[in-house]
Each structure stands twice: as structure tokens, then as C-alpha cells.
Design a protein around this ligand. Structure first.
Ligand code: FEO
Length: 393
């Protein structure tokens, strides 16, 4: 792929990773991803914003053949999918300085073994003149690591946002074309990467919204020429109350837990509560994460096996807890053969969500009429709590 012109003397470089299916060996990428870098030529200085994933080095260094002289590499984020090619760029342009936030400097010395004297650190709000163009740096910690910042090109009103506002989407589109597809990919990306830092992201959102933005150029996925699409989506994901929605991850061994889950799903629908059921045997955990962005209640259902909850339920509970969604209520359901250990273990795993625990429903053996009545009471409780909170779909 050759560099693609975004505007006069502004190019997108980097690569499209069509085949990547996991990120950080954790996050499923059903639609691949891209690693975007940007080259800006000013009347006096030329700057490269971010680089590329190291495995894409060859293609990336070929793109830099169009550059005669490079003054700065602005590194917005130390994670290697953006910083990994900095050492190779410095080999080609040894006079270039790496412009980073103070925290990023130490991280890149550790991660990339770069010498201290290649760095220039910039404070929040500081500017860098390229001659006829000016980059202003806005520190936005925790989008996605603590050192992250964004860069605003004042004259063109372009926000280079790195991971912030990104989407894991491999596409040949330079700009957003299929809005529904990008929205879904961006929501998955937000759920998996940003949601745990929601409170600080809310502050960062206010900070960048103070800028007059014409275009958002992230380091993953296509560029937004209509930034309202992704800004409004983030306002809702980050700050709006959760919806009248129950998310129900479950696993079943001999049908008992499945029958309980199916009964709860029907009971919730009867009471006007939206529900999304995820079978953990086959689930794409990214879809579960997306649902957690909006969920007011989570009910985890698992049989007791090997002296505790099923490992798949443990993983789902751990992940949900780590993602820190807006969830307000949690409950647990399941069946056991001779001793129950699922409820205490699963309840302990979701403590950081700080949600109210609703009465669990646990059954010895196959569910009975009394079990289904207990599930109806749980559904009543959930519907009443959602109503009290004024939650809507
Ligand atoms: Fe795209 Fe946090 O790296």
C-alpha cells in the first residue's frame, strides 16, 4: 500500500491487517484491523505521527521512501502497534526527534530500548510549529495506556487521536463509508479497550470536545470526516445511563442450567425487559463485551463442576469485572449435583463492578416448579429495579 493523501501535504501511511484475529492475545478481531500513521509536511518541518506494528516493517519503511527529511516522530502512545517501528525510522532518519508525553518517554526507553537523547517531551497544551502548520498536544491518559496523548493540527482542525475513537476494522476505505459497520467495530473496540477507564475517558472526551474538530484521524480504522458520528457514540457509551437490558452469559452441562436460563429470558421479555443471552461454549467474547456497554443487569449462569463454577463462567465473570461496565445489578443462577460452590465464587469475582447483588437462584439437580417460581421472582426484582432507576431501552 502506498501513502494515501488525506489533504494537501498530509498522508496516511501504515498498513491494513486483514488477517489478524486477536489483539494483545486477548481481544478477538473478527474484522481485522489497521495501523495508521500520518505524515504532515509543514513549510519548515516534516513530522510523522506514530509508526506501524513491527511485523509490518517492510511495507512501512517502503512508504517512507517518499520522505527526504524527517524532523519529528510524534509518538502518541507507547504500545508497539504504533511505536514498534520507531527504531527502524530512526535508523533511516537519525536526525529526527521523538516527541512524546513525559510518561511515554520512560515507557519507550523500557519497551524499545531507545536512548534518552532522542526524545523531546511535550506538556499538555504545548505546541510544535511546522512552519505554516501547528500541532497542539492534548494529554488524554488511559486512552489506552496512562501515557497516551492526542495531537490537534490547528490550521486544518484535524485531531490525530491514536487509539481514542479507533475501530478494529480492516477496510480499503480511507474515510468512513459504511457507518453501521464502523459503529459496530468502534463499539467493540471501545468495550474491549476503553470501557475499564470510562470515568477518565469522560474527562478526556470533554477535553477534546473543547477543540473545533473537522476530522478525526485515529490510528486504527478509517478516518471520520463527520466526527459527530463517533463523538455522539462515545458520549452515549461513556456517560449515558445503562439501558433496560439484562446480559446473560451462561454455560450448561446437562440442560438444567440451560432450562433455568431459558425460563429467565422468557420471564424478562414478559416483563418488558430486554435481554441478550450468550452461550459461553460458542460465544465471541467481543459480542459479550459490546452488550456490557449498555447492560443494567448481568446474570451469570453456571453449573457446579470440578468443585466450583464452570471455568468458562469464571472467565466471563473475570472479564466482565475487569471491563468495569455501567452495570447496576448482578445475580447468579445454576444447578449442582451434590454441593454448590458456584454462587460464592462467581459473586466474589464480580466485586469490582460495585453492583447490587440480587437474590441468586440455585437448584440441586434438575429445575422444579419451585425453581421456576424463584426465577420469576428474580425477573420481578430486575424489572422493578430497572423501573425504579427509570431505565429505558
Ligand atoms: Fe493501538 Fe493501545 O494500541
Amino acid at each position: 500500500m502506498n501513502p494515501i493523501k488525506v489533504k494537501e501535504n498530509i498522508y496516511r501511511l501504515g498498513s491494513i491487517d486483514w488477517d489478524r484475529r486477536m489483539f494483545d492475545a486477548l481481544i478477538p478481531l473478527p474484522d481485522g484491523t489497521s495501523y495508521n500513521a500520518y505524515l504532515i509536511k509543514g513549510s519548515e518541518k516534516t513530522v510523522l505521527i506514530d509508526t506501524d506494528e513491527p511485523s509490518m516493517k517492510e511495507e512501512f519503511m517502503k512508504q517512507l521512501e517518499m520522505v527526504d527529511k524527517l524532523d519529528y516522530i510524534v509518538s502518541l502512545h507507547a504500545e508497539q502497534d504504533h511505536s514498534g517501528c520507531i527504531p527502524f525510522v530512526l535508523e533511516k532518519f537519525p536526525e529526527a526527534k521523538v516527541v512524546v508525553s513525559p510518561k511515554c518517554k520512560g515507557m519507550e526507553m523500557d519497551l524499545l530500548h531507545l536512548p534518552e537523547d532522542v526524545f523531546i517531551t511535550v506538556g499538555d497544551g504545548e505546541t510544535l510549529s511546522l512552519g505554516n502548520r501547528t500541532l497542539r498536544f492534548v494529554h488524554t491518559p488511559w486512552v489506552h495506556w496512562p501515557e497516551t496523548m492526542t495531537a490537534y493540527l490547528e490550521e486544518e482542525r484535524i485531531l490525530f487521536s491514536c487509539d481514542f475513537f479507533g475501530s478494529h476494522l480492516a477496510t480499503s476505505d480511507l474515510f468512513v463509508k459504511d457507518k453501521i459497520k464502523v459503529y459496530e467495530a468502534a463499539k467493540r473496540y471501545y468495550a474491549e479497550i476503553m470501557m475499564p477507564f470510562r470515568r477518565i475517558i469522560s474527562k478526556n472526551l470533554q477535553k477534546v470536545l473543547a477543540l473545533d474538530i473537522d476530522m478525526i484521524a485515529p490510528s486504527h480504522g478509517p478516518i471520520y470526516r463527520e466526527p459527530a458520528l463517533i463523538i455522539e457514540a462515545h458520549k452515549e457509551w461513556v456517560d449515558a445511563p445503562p439501558k433496560n437490558l439484562v446480559v446473560l452469559p451462561y454455560i450448561s452441562m446437562h440442560e438444567s442450567t440451560r432450562l433455568m436460563v431459558e425460563h429467565l429470558v422468557g420471564a424478562l421479555i414478559d416483563r418488558g425487559v430486554e435481554v441478550q443471552q450468550f452461550n459461553l461454549e460458542v460465544v465471541d467474547l467481543g459480542k459479550l463485551a459490546i452488550a456490557l456497554v449498555d447492560a443494567a443487569t448481568v446474570v451469570i449462569a453456571s453449573p457446579t463442576v470440578l468443585g466450583g463454577p464452570h471455568p468458562a463462567a469464571v472467565y466471563a465473570a473475570y472479564l466482565a469485572n475487569a471491563l468495569r461496565p455501567k452495570v447496576k445489578f448482578i445475580s447468579v443462577m445454576g444447578s449442582y449435583g451434590w454441593a454448590d460452590r458456584s454462587v460464592p465464587v462467581l459473586s466474589g469475582l464480580v466485586k469490582d463492578m460495585k453492583a447490587e447483588i440480587l437474590e441468586p437462584v440455585v437448584q440441586k439437580g434438575a429445575p422444579t416448579e419451585e425453581t421456576f417460581q424463584a426465577i420469576d421472582r428474580l425477573a420481578d426484582d430486575i424489572a422493578a429495579k430497572h423501573k425504579e432507576e427509570g431505565l429505558v431501552g
